[in-house]
Design a protein around this ligand. Sequence first.
Ligand code: MG
Length: 201
Amino acid sequence: MMRIGYGWDSHAFQPGVPLKIGGIAFDHPAGLAGHSDGDVLLHAITDALLGAVAAGDIGSFFPPGDPRWKDADSAVFLRTALEEIRHAGYRIANVDTTLVLAEPKIAPVAEKLRERVAELLSIDPGAVGIKAKTPEGLDQDDVAVAHAIVLLEKIDEDTLLEQMAAVAEPQVKMDDVVRKLVGRTASVPRRKPGFNTDDIS
Ligand code: MG
């Protein structure tokens, strides 16, 4: 069984703010303004992952304005989304993304971005698409936009247990194994965030 997810995000450029896209710091005079680190690409991928398992959106888990997420590393959001898809019994087949921004040019760092995003998602770089376009005719040179789409595939029980055995934290491993086994016959109560379409910006 497969699931598909789509995510989209935008952030405005602001002079003097550090620029971070796809988990990589760019040497650029302006960065993306946001409550967190403004990583537009990781936010779009996070929403795509959450959407694929119908788990809400980034604002449901990390409410805008919450001081805990001030200047937060967006890799934290991504990790939460990965936990959600794992708990739902899925893994990533592939991810494809498109960035829309005037500057900086993405082509020179596209390969580095691909490797970093793959590392954050714990998947092969060959399963990550990074594309970029300039906002021709949109009059949006002061904004960065990211689109992301993900395909998930169901993990069979044996593979899931093997993966759990490889997890470093024994307690987390046991919790996940128990949750999965119990889940065969009954649903386990989990924190279900209220739906909130506000972005963490
Ligand atoms: Mg955002």
